[in-house]
Ligand binder design. Structure first.
Ligand code: BGC
Ligand code: NOJ
Length: 814
């Protein structure tokens, strides 16, 4: 069953039924001001950091779900009936409800009682504000007298404090209202120099700023007393809960349309110009007023919307493909790329499942995310890499996360995840392959943000590599530390206390538990680092890396091979994990994925054997599960992985992030059909028809789909913010379609299904447009390339040195 449809031409998903199984959200903003918005206008906004600069309040895990957001109400002032065109919060029986989620905007609306209304929400480029354009049309045969209301609930900035510290917060709320603009200035009188505002294009609007005045006692958003009565009260909040609400009265002749613009924004004043006049406690508004006035003009709003459309057009235009599979095209050309920008912007901080207060930017997460967005935002990727590297510890280890606002490592979230440092090498390498900007390696970067500790970025990569060499276990495999990619494989934790965080509780300085996954990652990262060293003319150093890589490969084969697949780990007692000898958790996806992706066992058939075992034991119709058999009870020596009921999350759920490792592995052994089949099993667009089972948005990947051991097998959870976005994009574009970046140029090496006659693609790479067409003439993966008509040796097409800005690349597969 579907709840809407894809409008590929407009790059929108159109939801036609408001009560989707879960809120189906979109993101507003792509630089510093952000919001999440659901299909019924739920959600919230923040500036840069969803924890420390929350602009509007949102109550997670609310009843009813997703209650609170950017709500518009309409009231027929004759019949006194009121409703919300976005369905929530009033939930009337609307006609023609639609929510169009597009690239950086959402348009939500409906018709009710002959009044058609929709609101377009978006954040203009380069501004810290969001625009709501409410358009109301009278479809009745008679004149309509309508009151329109727009409302938001301000958050007192620090979202964690806001949700917990009521003894203080009920006393601090402050607002100012000037020229109809509501300014939210809680704590501005003391150490803040920022404020928020909510403005309305109609000058004779009335307003409310105290929540209780707007809603009425013991009432909720579905039935505000003022909306019911048809009149706001011009209340001024002192303490309690500041809100912003505007009321505009409309007289509409039959067929007449009117538009009202609302602007919700954030502004920072210079510290020495906070007040006007100086010495008072009144906000200095001189710097913000021109911005507010500018965007309240509907023409400006339209122009800004057009700019946003063009921005996405050009970002998505960097890679476009046309294959015989509509789901591949749609995800690659539109939604997967779009999701990659969201994961870049948000990491794992703010979604319907990530509260914005729990997690900052993950070190490993943000590095992996680079794989999916570096081509769209190389300058921002560069900045991100340098920020991440500056939180690296002098040991080469890493804080697991950092706060985007402060750019400091966040120790509260834990550390000692021994895979973390290698992702920096993977991320930097992806950046170099995309841009050829070798200067980044010479950038001085601090360790642990300590002034004076600056070393070239290259030094950070060396330390990342050496980190593992200094932490090898009894078999010569990397020690796992707190955990590796699998946060829940906590082999040194031994937690027996309810509620203890597996991520942060005291961890044993384990010298026994080893990870075959990190071993595979080390091999891959070592090869990348060696190639980088070679490019820098450091041949001897490059060979040292390769020697270590070769050593690790032989250790993997000796101690990390179980006979039919790669082992997963050794635990603190030196016992095997992910082995046929185990009762539960006999085979895991991660080590088999990463080792085959890294090309381990390609020559002697082990890679193909491991992949076949994954196909046999782990693959299901909804995707590939993490391990089998699932853990049926809690194992103290395993940690969080066994804390989940079978089939969920890391305990044998379909963790979509790691599925692409198998897809890539399959391309490495030449299985294009199977690689694409695995790709399609978790492709959300290909799952649209089963939206009632899948439940999450059909336009973006979810972190997890319940595995075959779960009662809800096939149900997705945790959509949007997941490494799945980058990895699937990377797997389909660079390995299945085979349009792959390399240090030397664009490599073309498709491993596509046999049934495909070929495909065409356009890729802008290092300033040159590559027009690519691939034609299948045989069943295999051998490719012969011509560039502008001349055949070339090998399959790497370097950017032309003669000034050509466009090249035509033709490939024949045989
Ligand atoms: C989850 C992981 C997550 C970790 C860190 C665990 O409970 O299962 O998927 O990465 O928490 O937040
Ligand atoms: C989600 C985390 O963000 C990621 O870092 C981790 O690798 C996976 N969970 C698996 O545990």
């Amino acid at each position: 069953m579907k709840f809407g449809y894809f409008d590929d031409l407009n790059r929108e998903y159109v939801i036609t039924q408001p009560d989707t199984p879960l809120p189906w959200i979109n993101y507003l903003g792509c630089q510093a001001y952000f919001g999440i918005i659901s299909n019924t206008a739920g959600g919230y906004s923040f500036y840069r950091d969803a924890r420390l600069r929350r602009i509007t309040r949102y109550r997670y895990n609310n009843v009813p779900m997703d209650f609170g957001g950017r709500y518009v109400y309409l009231r027929d002032d004759e019949s006194k009936e009121f409703w919300s065109p976005s369905w929530q919060p009033t939930r009337n029986d609307l006609k023609d409800y639609t929510c169009r989620h597009g690239m950086g905007y959402s348009v939500i609306g409906s018709t009710y009682s002959g009044i058609e209304a929709h609101t377009r929400y978006f954040v203009p480029l380069d501004e810290n504000l969001e625009i709501w354009q409410l358009t109301v049309t009278n479809r009745r045969a008679t004149k309509a007298t309508i009151s329109s209301f727009a409302s938001i609930e301000f958050c007192l900035w620090d979202a964690q404090d806001d949700a917990t510290n009521f003894q203080r917060n009920f006393n601090t709320g402050q607002v100012e209202v000037e020229d109809g603009v509501i300014y939210h200035k809680t704590e501005y009188r003391e150490r803040r120099n920022h404020f928020a505002y909510f403005a309305c294009s109609e000058r004779d609007a009335s307003f409310d700023t105290q929540r209780e005045a707007f809603l009425g006692r013991y009432r909720s958003w579905d039935k505000p007393a003022t909306v019911e009565a048809g009149q706001l009260t011009n209340s001024i909040a002192h303490g309690w809960s500041p809100i912003g609400a505007h009321q505009v009265k409309l007289e509409l002749a039959p067929g007449e349309t009117k538009q009202i613009v609302f602007v919700l924004g954030y502004h920072e004043n210079p510290v020495d110009q906070k007040f006007d006049p100086p010495g008072t406690q009144t906000i200095n508004k001189t710097l913000v007023k021109p911005t507010i006035a500018k965007y309240l003009d509907p023409k400006q709003a339209d122009a800004s919307f057009e700019q946003l459309r063009q921005y996405w057009e050009s970002l998505l235009g960097i890679f476009q493909v046309n294959t015989p599979d509509i789901h591949t095209n749609r995800m690659v050309n539109i939604w997967n790329a779009y999701q990659c920008m969201a994961t870049f912007n948000m990491s794992r901080s703010a979604s319907f499942y990530e509260s914005g207060i729990g997690r900052g930017l993950g070190f490993r997460d943000s590095n992996q995310d680079l794989l999916g967005f570096v081509h769209m935002a190389p300058i921002r990727a560069r900045e991100r890499i340098l920020d991440l590297a500056a939180t690296q510890l002098p040991t080469g280890g890493a804080y697991h996360q950092y706060q985007p606002l402060t750019k400091r490592g966040n120790n509260d979230i834990g550390g000692g995840f021994n895979d973390d440092p290698h992702w920096l090498i993977i991320g930097v390498s992806a950046y170099l392959k995309e841009t050829g900007d070798w200067s980044i390696l010479d950038e001085p970067v601090q360790y642990d943000n300590e002034p004076g500790s600056e070393k070239p970025l290259y030094d950070h990569l060396q330390r990342s590599f050496n980190y593992t060499l200094a932490r090898l276990g009894p078999h010569g495999l990397p020690l796992i530390g707190r955990a590796d990619w699998n946060d829940c494989l906590n082999l040194n934790c031994f937690s027996d206390t309810p509620g203890q965080s597996f991520q942060t509780t005291t961890n044993k300085e384990g010298k026994v538990a080893e990870s075959i996954f990190i071993a595979g990652l080390f091999v891959q990262a070592g090869r990348e680092l060696s190639a980088i060293a070679n490019h820098r003319g450091l041949g001897t150093e490059a060979s040292t890396y390769l020697a270590e890589v070769a050593k690790m490969e032989s250790v993997i084969i000796k101690h990390g091979w179980d006979g039919e697949w790669f082992l997963r780990a050794y635990n603190d007692f030196g016992d095997k994990i992910g082995s046929n000898e185990c009762k539960e958790g006999k085979i895991y996806i991660e080590s088999n994925g990463y080792c085959t992706l890294a090309g381990i066992g390609l020559e002697d058939g082990k890679a193909a054997q491991a992949l076949a075992a994954v196909g046999k034991h782990l693959a299901t119709k909804h995707g590939i599960v993490v391990q089998q058999p699932a853990y049926t009870k809690y194992y103290i020596e395993m940690g969080e992985i066994s804390s989940y009921p079978p089939g969920y999350k890391e305990n044998a759920g379909i963790f979509c992030h790691v599925n692409p490792w198998i897809m890539i592995g399959e391309t490495r052994v030449g299985h294009g059909d199977l690689a694409h089949d695995y790709y399609s099993r978790i492709n959300p667009s290909a799952r649209e028809e089963i939206s009632d089972l899948h439940r999450c948005e059909p336009y973006v990947y979810a972190q997890m789909i319940a595995g075959k051991d779960a009662p809800s097998f096939g149900e997705a959870k945790n959509s949007w913010l997941t490494g799945t976005a980058a990895w699937n994009y990377y797997a389909i574009v660079q390995w299945i379609l085979g349009v792959r970046t390399s240090l030397e140029g664009l490599e073309i090496a498709p491993v596509i299904p046999k049934s495909w006659p070929g495909f065409t693609a356009t890729r802008t790479y290092r300033g040159v447009v590559y027009k690519i067409s691939i034609e299948r003439k045989g069943d295999g993966n051998q490719i012969a390339l011509t560039v502008d008509g001349a055949s070339i040796k090998g399959n790497v097409v370097p950017p032309p040195t003669d000034g050509r800005k466009e090249v035509t690349v033709k490939g024949i597969l045989s």
